[in-house]
Design a protein around this ligand. Sequence first.
Ligand SMILES: [Zn+2]
Length: 348
Amino acid sequence: MPATEPPSIGAWLAALPKVELHVHLEGSMSVATVASLIERHQLDASRVWPDGLPERFSFDGFPDFARQFFFGLSLLRTGEDLATITADLAATLAGQNVRYAEITTTAYTHFLAKEDRAGMAPSEYRAGLNEGRRRAAAAGVDIGWVIDIPRDIEMPDSSVTIDYLESDLTPDGLVAIGLGGYEVGFPAAPYADQFARARAIGLHSVPHAGETEGAASVRSAVEDLGAERVGHGVRCLEDAALVARLVEQGIMLEVCPTSNDLLQVIETIGDHPLPQLRDAGLRVCLNTDDPGWFATDLNTELMVATEHLGVGLGDHLAIQRDAVAASFASDSVKRQLTDALAAVVVPG
Ligand SMILES: [Zn+2]
């Protein structure tokens, strides 16, 4: 029998069973999905894209990103829209052999009344997410939901998100509360009460911190919000005592290299601090953040980590095992993933 060729690195990474723990539903829409929603609601997108929809999204700095992102958000008008984008995301995840995903969605932005329409009713939001999750399961992807507070939109004196999380209208598979939005000028500590209430009803705590703000923001996420994982967290390296604490408590950082590059958290992809984070003994997992807007997917992020950030194939296998352990998946999903990863052979 002829010796079989070892798979290429790309093929091996693509075939690796994976989980993704940091991906935003509202940031996942591809150009094709955006086009279909514009068509569905008969909307005019020319003020955002005067030359028509681009082949892939691109932007010049955060304000330009936000302008396009919020237009995308305005396309989500019904529960069926949410089911559609969840199913579209699940199809791309399934295509990358991602079998479990914790997907963040921002309930507040859907409930809010906008200039040309009323906000979505919580019952419709729930129905849309449940239907999307059902379609995802049929495609082979289990979903755990994270519902986040958008710190730059929902002020700490509001209780819309936390009241909703305490209601009986939350989606099936809800596992955690997050804190998203723009960090600078919007510290975490004022949200401590909301997070305490969420934790009291059994939700896990996964705030963003240390992306556009420094180590103090990560420390606050841990001390004030009880963070069990931190979204991004890359700037924790500015404080050695904090790094030691994150290592000791086993708090995983959800690292999103392309997002950090495109939102100019780092200068170039080669400057990403993933190698230093790993050298410091921190737990990390790899993620896409907003795969539609950033025109990336998890396979691409893994390849970037291999080509630019010194992550070998054996490291990738270990990172996936650790991400499964740090996920809030059910025991049976964790067992299936652990078994699948145990069967993976790292080429020599
Ligand atoms: Zn994020």
